[in-house]
Design a protein around this ligand. Structure first.
Ligand SMILES: Cc1cc2nc3c(=O)[nH]c(=O)nc-3n(C[C@H](O)[C@H](O)[C@H](O)COP(=O)(O)OP(=O)(O)OC[C@H]3O[C@@H](n4cnc5c(N)ncnc54)[C@H](O)[C@@H]3O)c2cc1C
Length: 395
């Protein structure tokens, strides 16, 4: 039986570990945390992410927890429309999912055949021409046919195999929360909730997770919001961070103020926005009869402006699983590298263009941005949406 070690039990690691086990691999999943736990926030899945989960055999579970996200357009803080909302066909509409629901679906997908070991920090990977690949935590070495490095943005395996790729700050911080329905403000029917609002270095997006009072859709319903602001993460406690957010977003369109007021500080998640520069020169490293691959944020951490990080991790997992069904192992590792690098580079390029638009500061830059945004942003969003809609897992 072919054997694999997956390092990291984030969404990417969980997805690929389950897929390999379901194809008959013996899988060990190593996670450095003592417990495998998702953040209590949500994630937007574009059609490519949904299609990848379907290819992984997780489509039915997803349908039960996902809420469709209609296009809400893009507005300025004064309410002026930069990009008008458009009607999107149902098969191209992104969905929003509570991360805890997604996590439950991924855990259910592991089945009985994945050995999950928590509290294990991988410190070294062995990639030698004549030897099977292996990982070690400094005490124990596990030798397998395939190592999947799904150990996130700060991946130690990537640092070892692709040291040219560095983690850098993208110059902003992000705050997210889900306000459960029982705490969420009641909004007038004509008030748009979904959609994006862009100011000078600031961005706010909100979406509904399921419907108030409905048992359908997400099992953990509420209103999800994410705010991004230029600058470093704040060292203050969450109560003060929320007070700062209220100040920064004062005067922005309703219901932003009401959403910030209704957010429990204990539910606030703050994160520095970081990315890899440059991207690793390779995603696949043949070793002996097998090899090592980089997957998810370990391979292509990027700012969240297009909501593609987790979607690409699922694409990586679906692609790898499909290649391993069709090809011999070292060939599959090389094919994975050939297929995934240009794909990730395209999405990272689109995300960086979006970052440049978002980071326009200063009066002149803003005026130029506002003038250009209607066209640039709608073109950019359309090309990102088109590339998300067009992606198919390899057959
Ligand atoms: C504000 C924000 C909003 C976002 N919104 C979206 C969105 O709407 N849509 C979308 O698609 N994406 C979104 N993303 C991106 C998405 O969250 C990530 O791309 C995704 O979670 C990456 O998953 P991963 O499994 O690759 O990495 P991670 O989730 O980081 O998992 C890595 C795991 O590896 C473990 N680990 C690390 N080192 C070791 C080691 N040495 N040994 C063992 N275990 C180790 C870690 O503990 C962790 O559990 C967003 C990101 C941010 C910051």
């Amino acid at each position: 039986m072919r054997s694999a070690v997956v390092v990291g039990a984030g969404v990417g690691g969980l997805a690929v570990a389950g897929a390999l086990a379901r194809s008959g691999w013996q899988v060990t999943l190593l996670e450095r945390a003592e417990r495998v736990r998702p953040e209590p926030t949500a994630v937007v899945l574009w059609p490519n992410g949904v299609r990848a989960l379907q290819a992984l055999g997780l489509g039915a579970g997803l349908a039960a927890i996902a809420t469709p996200l209609p296009d809400g357009g893009v507005r300025r803080p004064d309410g002026h429309w930069l990009v008008q909302p458009r009607a999107i066909p149902a098969d191209r509409m992104p969905v929003v999912v509570h991360r805890e629901d997604l996590h439950d679906a991924l855990i259910a997908g592991l089945g009985e055949r994945v050995e999950l070991r928590t509290g294990v920090t991988v410190r070294h990977v062995r990639v030698e021409p004549g030897e099977r690949p292996a990982v070690s935590d400094g005490r124990q070495t596990i030798e397998v046919d395939l190592v999947v490095a799904a150990d996130g943005t700060d991946s130690g395996i990537r640092r070892q195999l692709a040291p040219e790729s560095r983690v850098v700050s993208s110059g902003s911080a992000a705050w997210r929360a889900v306000i459960p329905w029982y705490q969420a403000p009641r909004l007038p029917d004509d008030q748009p909730l979904a959609g994006e609002i862009l100011g000078a270095g600031y961005r706010f997006v909100a979406a509904s997770l399921g419907e108030r009072g409905s048992s359908g859709g997400s099992t953990r319903g509420g209103i999800y919001w994410v705010a991004t602001a230029a600058g470093a993460p704040r060292p203050e406690p969450p109560e003060t961070q929320l007070a700062l957010l209220r100040r920064w977003y004062a005067g922005w369109p309703a219901p932003i103020g009401a959403l910030l007021d209704a957010t429990d500080p204990a539910d606030l998640i703050q994160q520095e926005v970081r990315e890899l520069r440059p991207l690793p020169r390779a995603y696949g490293f043949p070793a002996g009869p097998g090899g090592v691959v980089l997957l998810g944020d370990a391979a292509h951490a990027m700012p969240p402006h297009l909501g593609q990080g987790a979607c690409l991790a699922f694409e990586d997992a679906a692609t790898l699983a499909s290649l391993l069904r069709e090809a011999r192992l070292p060939d599959a590792v090389q094919a994975y590298d050939r297929i995934r690098r240009p794909r990730a580079a395209t999405v990272v390029r689109q995300t960086r263009r979006m970052s440049a638009v978002l980071q326009a500061r200063g009066r002149l830059a803003l005026r130029a941005r506002d003038a250009a945004l209607g066209t640039i942003n709608s073109r950019l969003l359309s090309s990102a949406a088109a590339s998300a809609a067009q992606w198919r897992p390899p057959t």
